[in-house]
Design a protein around this ligand. Structure first.
Ligand code: FAD
Length: 431
């Protein structure tokens, strides 16, 4: 029998919108809390930056978004789709296969309109506290304290779906001896918007992910020199083929007297260090009396990156997996949560879920995967397959083939060629 619950969704980015849609399909009563004045989360580009460019000052006014103005998606739009609402079948202003951020925002706004989600969203409403309580009948409920224009309110919910994003709180390297003595400018990519302030500067960019690649290339168009440092053991010092003022280096060995010394022996008097070193998980509102903890980007225990066994299915997290097909993963997680809450789908016992998590941690350990990569599931389809299977759905063969072909392109053509390789089979366009 259907079980209709009062559910709070925190955040109206891709995860919150998708969760709201699936919960509504299952006839749950949904309230989406969104601290910003508009929906879209990360994809609602925000030109503002924070007062502390490193993002470490706890008293700073936090800006949620981390997109830079020039950002185009690093995945073809086909892979940023939902199973029945496909981005590759829609063009708003930007027909590129990997469009700019504005196009993604339009897609999400269209999605929200199509499934009548806007009426569920309380904009300008920040969630300050989510606390687990056991009411008289022994049932677990959640107190949600929120604030709109300085006015607080407290409500009780049967379930909470956490969709607050994980690309806001900078994660900085802790293993560069002497970094604390650096007296010149330092920033995190969270606060990078445009290259103008790097004109004629000597810049060190730390990182090797998509942000480090995009930002170093953009800065190279105006800077005097750009030196990119990667911790990957395979990197050798090399001049870029694309820019004659850009070099690739190994890891930084140390910083001494404002000189950056790389492990490759090269040293440099730089003007700015830009950390493109990713983000921490951050749930400042969550009070679970230690049931859930965060340790170096591992939030746990979480069954399949979604449910904390002790509070499942009434507390859940959407969008935790990283380096993955984010939109499809968010869709299948959301459906699983909604149908579990309506008792169409059942979870294993608490102990079985805990055992599964333990086995997963052991597997990571055996493979030498560091803790901070617990939720990096990669561009594979087995997770999506498994999750859809829980709700009695099979991933369409054509979609599965496309995901697998993308993975093949990534492996065979590398980061510089994967989009072109993908577009040879799935249509024209560029990134
Ligand atoms: P978000 O989009 O961050 O949304 C979270 C929402 O929660 C926000 O609206 C926020 O205001 C709200 N919120 C947070 N805390 C509270 C609170 N306490 N109370 C109320 N509301 C709150 N993914 C791709 O698939 N393709 C790409 O090309 C791609 N490029 C990226 C490039 C960059 C630079 C970054 C940073 C990320 C990129 N991503 C990309 C990943 C991207 O994060 C996801 O696509 C997606 O935006 C994640 O959605 P989300 O809903 O989980 O989080």
């Amino acid at each position: 029998m259907a079980n209709s619950l009062k559910v709070a969704v925190i955040g109206a980015g891709v995860a919150g919108l998708t969760a709201a849609r699936e919960l509504q399909t299952e006839s749950h009563q949904v309230v989406v809390f969104e601290k910003s004045h508009r929906l879209g989360g990360t994809w609602a580009y925000d030109p503002r930056t924070e007062s502390d460019p490193l993002g470490t000052d706890p008293n700073r006014d936090v800006v949620h978004g981390s997109l830079y103005n020039s950002l185009a998606t690093n995945l073809p739009r086909h892979l940023m789709s939902f199973t029945d609402f496909k981005f590759d079948e829609k063009v708003y202003d930007d027909p590129r296969m990997c469009p700019g951020h504005g196009e993604v925002l339009k897609f999400l706004e269209d999605f929200a309109d199509r499934f009548k989600l806007t009426e569920l969203i309380r904009l300008n409403t920040v969630v300050r506290r989510v606390e687990v309580v056991v009411v008289d009948s022994g049932v677990t409920k959640f107190v949600v304290e929120s604030e709109t224009s300085g006015v607080s309110s407290v409500e009780m919910f049967d379930a909470v779906v956490v969709c607050n994003g994980h690309n806001t709180q900078p994660r900085l390297p802790t293993d560069i001896p002497g970094i604390e003595t650096w007296s010149k400018k330092q920033m995190h990519s969270h606060n990078y918007r445009e290259p103008g302030s790097f004109r004629d500067q000597i810049v060190v960019v730390i990182g090797s992910g998509p942000s480090a690649t995009d930002i170093s290339r953009e800065i190279a168009t105006v800077a005097k020199e750009v030196h990119v440092s990667s911790r990957s053991p395979h990197v050798k010092v090399a001049k870029s083929n694309e820019f004659n003022n850009m070099w690739q280096h190994s890891k930084i060995n140390c910083i001494k007297d404002d000189t950056v010394i790389f492990e490759d022996g090269f040293s440099l008097d730089a003007d700015i260090i830009c950390h493109c070193t990713g983000y921490q998980l951050h749930f400042p509102f969550l009070k679970t009396n230690g049931i859930i903890s965060i340790q170096d980007k591992r939030i746990g225990p979480l069954y399949k990156h979604v449910f904390p066994p002790q509070l499942a299915p009434n507390l859940s997290f959407v969008g935790i997996p990283e380096e993955s097909f984010t939109f499809p993963i968010i869709e299948c997680q959301s459906r699983w949560i909604a149908q579990t809450l309506s008792h169409k789908v059942f979870l294993p016992s608490e102990n079985e879920m805990l055992l599964d998590i333990e086995r997963y941690y052991e597997e990571l350990n055996e493979k030498g995967v560091p803790e901070h990569r617990t939720h990096y599931i990669g561009f594979q389809t087995s997770y999506i397959d498994w999750m859809f299977d829980q709700t009695g759905m099979a991933l369409e063969k054509s979609l599965k083939d496309m995901f697998e072909y993308f993975n093949h392109c990534l492996v065979s053509a590398g980061v510089d060629g994967y989009v072109e390789a993908f577009s040879r089979k799935y249509g024209s366009g560029s990134c």
